[in-house]
Design a protein around this ligand. Sequence first.
Ligand SMILES: Cc1cc2nc3c(=O)[nH]c(=O)nc-3n(C[C@H](O)[C@H](O)[C@H](O)COP(=O)(O)OP(=O)(O)OC[C@H]3O[C@@H](n4cnc5c(N)ncnc54)[C@H](O)[C@@H]3O)c2cc1C
Length: 370
Amino acid sequence: MSQQVIVLGGGVIGLAIAFELSTKGHEVTILEKVRCGGQASGAAAGMLAPYSEIGEDPDDFFRLCLESLREYPMWQQEVKAISGVDFEYTNSGSLHAVYHKADLLGLKTRQSWQSEWGAKAELVDGARLQQLEPLLADSIIGAMHYPEESHVFAPDYVKALEGACRANGVKIAEELESVDIKSWRDEIEVVSKAGQTFKAERMVIASGAWSQELEEIFDLRIPVFPIRGQICAYELGEHKVNHIIYTSQGYLVPKANGTLVNGASEDIAGFKTDVTEKGINRLTNWNHNILPFLKKTDPFHRWAGLRPATQDGYPLIGEHPEASHIVFATGHYRNGILLSPITAKVVAAIITDEKTPVPIDLFAPGRFTI
Ligand SMILES: Cc1cc2nc3c(=O)[nH]c(=O)nc-3n(C[C@H](O)[C@H](O)[C@H](O)COP(=O)(O)OP(=O)(O)OC[C@H]3O[C@@H](n4cnc5c(N)ncnc54)[C@H](O)[C@@H]3O)c2cc1C
């Protein structure tokens, strides 16, 4: 049965959820304080890299990330088809590069448990590594090659998601400046600064790094806080880079438009999204250790965004413990682009009272509230 759903926040998570819900026939309204895709989502490097990102033992978070990677081929096709907007989705594969013999052991440990989860992971060195990525620094002694890891061009992906939502009939109210949640326990009523009233049967909270502001209203601990990520891009010129290259100090992502995205710093700066010399230097001072030609090149573009981090590193996905019609989908930290398809499918399953495609107990929004 069709339900009326308000989605609070128009980042990649809110947009993906609105797209999935509207595809299933629900009447969806996105309420966005500023502009859709204008915050963390539009700033991301767009890597879809669960094997590179998660080095520890597998848990349900790794499973969430992996399932989302596997959703992408079909998901990105649907978003493109419905929106009519093209965006880069490249199955480039990745190289997780290391510099010391001792680090090879760590890679092998990853390889053994990741292979049990179906990962195609191959430890490469010498001529094979040179063949895969000819411009790599000689100091790199080996790398784990993950052929399944991919990337999207995030600013275009969120534009396409927004287009797909509009094509599906999702109402989008942007630049609201502030939204006042007047009631939610029984009836949901939200009023914008300009006095517009929005009512619905269900509400999804997808407000990213700003989610903690809603703690008092929902009588729930929501320990989501902003971690600034500073990032930059180079023009590749005549240089050819084939893979996402991941190292302990930063990563490089070659884009189809001839640029090389280099991310990303992590610091705490409240809600500031300015770029600092120190933040970008941390990246640029390291890069020649990955690709020596970068020593003579300056990035042509620098920007920053706020990752929604949580106290325990896991997102909040699921129902409010006292009100099942309020559903949280926030705190995706470093992996919101990767996690957008699976989060949308999980939230749609919750709203339609179906079994979720993956276990979500680990992400229960009530886990911080005693
Ligand atoms: C530099 C950088 C690089 C990254 N690289 C990657 C990567 O390679 N791969 C990957 O998977 N992830 C990456 N990430 C992480 C990813 O960008 C985030 O996890 C993801 O964008 C979070 O999406 P979101 O929709 O929750 O948040 P946002 O995109 O921040 O959207 C939240 C939206 O909610 C709105 N809002 C807030 N409060 C309210 C309210 N009360 N009412 C209405 N609207 C509200 C905001 O205005 C905002 O538009 C990166 C992030 C950064 C900063």
